[in-house]
Design a protein around this ligand. Structure first.
Ligand SMILES: NC(=O)c1ccc[n+]([C@@H]2O[C@H](COP(=O)([O-])OP(=O)(O)OC[C@H]3O[C@@H](n4cnc5c(N)ncnc54)[C@H](O)[C@@H]3O)[C@@H](O)[C@H]2O)c1
Length: 299
């Protein structure tokens, strides 16, 4: 079954890891794919044309349609050129998957300005810039009367949703992406665009050496489990799902339920009155969800 027949998709950071799996599965389901990848090291240093080219070649070798692109997704004009390149190559754009990413982990007391700025740039601006230019393309299509049934799929992280230590820069960027996705979903609905985000869990070079995995965990951490959800979200079947953040891996898919209004105390202009009131609402509020508990469905 071809879930994405003739849809045109951009996958950023698709030369390796989960992005590569997305590009291959989308192509298997009939999508034409712009395979973007700067080809940098996992800390964002350097560039290499080979990863994007290899995945585009792989797609063409299996009879699909693909073009390679080595744009830095956080480059404003580059992101605009990338959107145009997909439209020039395939005549339209239906799906943007913002997946490119890097890591520069450090406890915040030791974190340098450059480690902060680089992570915020690649993830947060690297999601905003392509989304901005794609959204302008879809708005124009909508205004000129061409039907739009488009998707933006962003990448957040458990580190952000559940506050992993040692990743203040990355968690701040990925939490920003989660909320950006909810805002974008509300803004772009009027043009026929859905926006969702997902927090993947997979064994890639970014998670190398995290710890030892059992064979069962290894299997659950294969990128294909996430690629299946991404392919479905990219398809016309998902048109009624927008403004959601998913957790995705072989253990199952969950909807991460966002910030909720908790217990409420009466306000006061006198801080001396607040002790018992604030202690009371904190006592009755649910704890923040923790990163330490794996949620999975037993087979
Ligand atoms: N693997 C996991 O368990 C996991 C968990 C949470 C979030 N993520 C996120 O998933 C995404 C994919 O990660 P992965 O694990 O597949 O890593 P990966 O390193 O295997 O792949 C990321 C790709 O992005 C490319 N890239 C980096 N900066 C770029 C830029 N500025 N422009 C274009 N391409 C760029 C890299 O060259 C690389 O090929 C990232 O956003 C990552 O933060 C992964």
């Amino acid at each position: 079954m071809s879930l994405c027949k003739d849809r045109v998709a951009i996958v950023t950071g698709a030369g390796r890891g989960v992005g590569r799996a997305y590009a291959l599965m989308l192509a298997r389901h009939g999508a034409k794919v712009l395979v973007n990848d700067l080809g940098s090291a996992s800390d964002g240093m350097g560039a290499d044309q080979a990863p994007a080219q290899q995945v585009a070649d792989e797609i063409r070798a299996m009879g699909g349609e693909a073009v390679a692109d080595t744009t830095d997704v956080a480059d404003w004009e580059g992101a605009e050129r990338m959107i145009r390149a997909a439209v020039d190559a395939f005549g339209r754009l239906d799906v943007l998957i913002n997946n490119a990413g890097i890591l520069r982990d450090r406890m915040l007391v030791n974190m340098t300005e450059d480690e902060w700025d680089t992570i915020i740039r690649v993830h947060l601006k690297g999601t905003f810039a392509p989304t901005h230019h794609a959204a302008n393309y879809w708005r124009l299509q909508h205004k000129t009367g061409n039907p739009v049934d488009a998707r933006v799929i962003n990448t957040t992280s458990h580190s952000a949703l559940f506050a992993n230590i040692g990743q203040a820069n990355y968690a701040a960027a990925k939490a920003g992406i989660a909320t950006f996705s909810l805002v974008a979903a509300r803004e772009l609905q009027r043009y026929g665009v859905t926006v969702n985000a997902l927090a993947p869990r997979a064994n890639t070079r970014l998670t190398e050496g995290l710890r030892e995995w059992t064979p069962e965990e290894e299997e659950r951490r294969r990128p294909e489990w996430i690629a299946a959800l991404v392919t479905w979200l990219a398809s016309p079947e998902s048109r009624n799902v927008s403004g959601r953040v998913f957790e995705a891996w072989g253990g199952g898919y969950t909807v991460a339920e966002s910030w909720q209004h908790g217990p409420i105390a009466p306000a006061s202009k006198d801080p001396a009155e607040l002790g018992p009131r604030i202690s009371g609402i904190v006592k009755h509020a649910r704890s923040n969800a923790g990163i330490d508990r794996d949620v999975w469905l037993d087979p």
